[in-house]
Design a binder for this molecule. Structure first.
Ligand code: HEM
Length: 192
């Protein structure tokens, strides 16, 4: 046993915290998407709001342990390391600035809706790309970084893994968050 491998273990623990919180958030989004009433939506919105608190722990844990290992054995000029660090900065900003803010907007829309069935505004907010794209694209970037960390490609390959993860994640988010057919049909019908 040496310090490097203990720190690598801590790197994994931080990753598990992030993936665990991301998985809980994913369940919350799918439950919010199908919520019909305020009572259906509120518990999942509440869990999502509390889960967000785990992300700073994961981000600081990954950065701190990664920085130690980089300084110990690798260099900061290593492509797969600095590209992944850029990916980590991207998800650290997108999470609170886009995902978190849209979550607050959803909270306000649910308050404005009041008890009972969810109206069009609140239902639209449960499928807002600001939350869905942030969640899926961030997960995609994380999986891209795991590729970089395990395969250690050159700069081009490392960028492709991070960008590819983002694009695939964003595309899946837009697919999963689209409005159900019946709602689209109702919206297209002329008012009686
Ligand atoms: C979302 C962000 C990150 C994820 C998902 C992640 C994931 C991983 C994984 C899964 C490993 C194990 C690779 C292996 O043992 O083959 C690893 C190792 C490592 N990571 Fe990260 N990491 C992240 C961020 C960072 C950052 C920001 C740095 C640098 C500042 C970094 C530096 C390292 C280093 C130096 C290793 C050791 C590589 C080795 O010894 O083979 N990581 N990371």
């Amino acid at each position: 046993m040496d310090t490097y491998h203990v720190v690598l273990y801590i790197h994994f623990l931080a990753l598990f915290v992030g993936i665990g919180a991301g998985a809980v958030l994913l369940v919350c989004l799918f439950q919010l998407r199908t919520a019909q009433t305020l009572a259906d939506a509120v518990p999942w919105g509440t869990v999502a709001g509390k889960t967000e608190r785990a992300f700073p722990i994961a981000i600081l844990g990954l950065f701190g342990s990664g920085a130690y290992m980089t300084s110990d054995v690798w260099t900061w000029g290593t492509g797969w390391i600095y590209i992944s660090l850029a990916g980590l900065v991207l998800i650290s900003l997108q999470g609170p600035l886009v995902g978190g803010r849209t979550g607050k907007e959803l909270e306000r829309a649910l308050h404005a809706n009041g008890p009972g069935p969810l109206g069009p505004k609140a239902r639209r907010m449960t499928r807002h790309p600001g939350m869905w794209v942030t969640e899926f694209a961030n997960l995609g970037v994380v999986f891209g970084i795991v590729w970089n960390m395990t395969q250690k490609p050159g700069v081009g390959g490392a960028v492709a893994a991070v960008v590819g993860g983002y694009v695939i994640g964003a595309a899946l988010a837009l697919w999963f968050s689209r409005a159900p057919h019946d709602e689209l049909a109702a919206a297209a019908e002329p008012a009686a």
